[in-house]
Design a protein around this ligand. Structure first.
Ligand code: CTP
Ligand code: MG
Length: 220
């Protein structure tokens, strides 16, 4: 089974703000997108990597990806799911690992677990348990939430390409923030594998300090 990694990097990083979208900001001197591509391109089970880039971000992308074998960039769309769908048009068979450029560090063991789990399911996603107490509310607490069955879902997410295309056809383009949501809406079976704190998404300024700390601890 051929495995293609599809890295979506067409967002604007509005929650972070600033002039340059977050996936192009450096961590240890290297753009986050390049870390994400290197982590997957270097995995022995991954045959190809493709990158989805925002309109107007091509120059940033080609600088970040200089010298890397990722084919032509695929143009993204207004929502993340539009970017994923554009990317899927370029992948005809096998398995796809959909991954956020905003998650620069992907341990190879997570990819091993995902590919193994795909044997027995339509898709597989890395998850982490919730450590904090959870509740509903705003200025005052309303009600507690049982955290025992709640999971934090990360990327990369692995699917048989034809299943994911089917799921998008069934569920339609949506504001879903990931593909596991689309797969579930279409009634498909998504397995969970153990995720990794290294896969936390870069979203707000404090996340860069955490990413730099990961680097300086030489975990990657
Ligand atoms: N993404 C994309 N196309 C979009 C929106 C998001 O390819 N139209 C990508 C982002 O580049 C990122 C990943 O999807 O790698 C996860 O999205 P998120 O963390 O929400 O990034 P942004 O949408 O860029 O950030 P924000 O929501 O703060 O604007
Ligand atoms: Mg977003």
């Amino acid at each position: 089974m051929s495995v293609t990694a599809l890295i979506v990097a067409a967002g604007k990083g509005e929650r972070l703000g600033g002039d340059i979208p977050k996936q192009y900001l450096p961590i240890g001197g290297k753009p986050a997108l390049r870390w994400a591509v290197e982590a997957l391109a270097g995995h022995p089970s991954i045959d190809a990597v493709r990158v989805v880039v925002g309109a107007g971000q091509q120059d940033l992308a080609s600088a970040a990806l200089h010298g890397m074998n990722v084919g032509d960039p695929i143009e993204g769309g207004p929502e993340r799911s539009d970017s994923v769908l554009n990317g899927l048009e370029a992948i005809s068979e096998g398995a796809v690992l959909v991954h956020d450029a905003a998650r620069p560090f992907c341990p190879p063991e997570v990819v091993d677990r995902l590919i193994a789990a795909l044997d027995k399911a339509d898709g597989a996603v890395p998850v982490l348990a919730v450590a904090d107490t959870l509740a509903q509310g705003a200025a005052f607490l309303d009600s507690p939430v049982d955290r025992k069955r709640l999971l934090r879902v990360q990327t990369p997410q692995a699917f048989h390409v034809e299943d994911l295309i089917y799921a998008y056809e069934e569920a339609g383009r949506s504001a879903a923030t990931d593909e596991s949501t689309v797969m579930l809406a279409a009634g498909l079976k998504v397995a969970t594998v153990e995720g990794d704190p290294m896969l936390e998404k870069l979203t707000t300024p404090g996340d860069w300090a955490r990413a730099e700390a990961i680097l300086s601890s030489r975990l990657v």
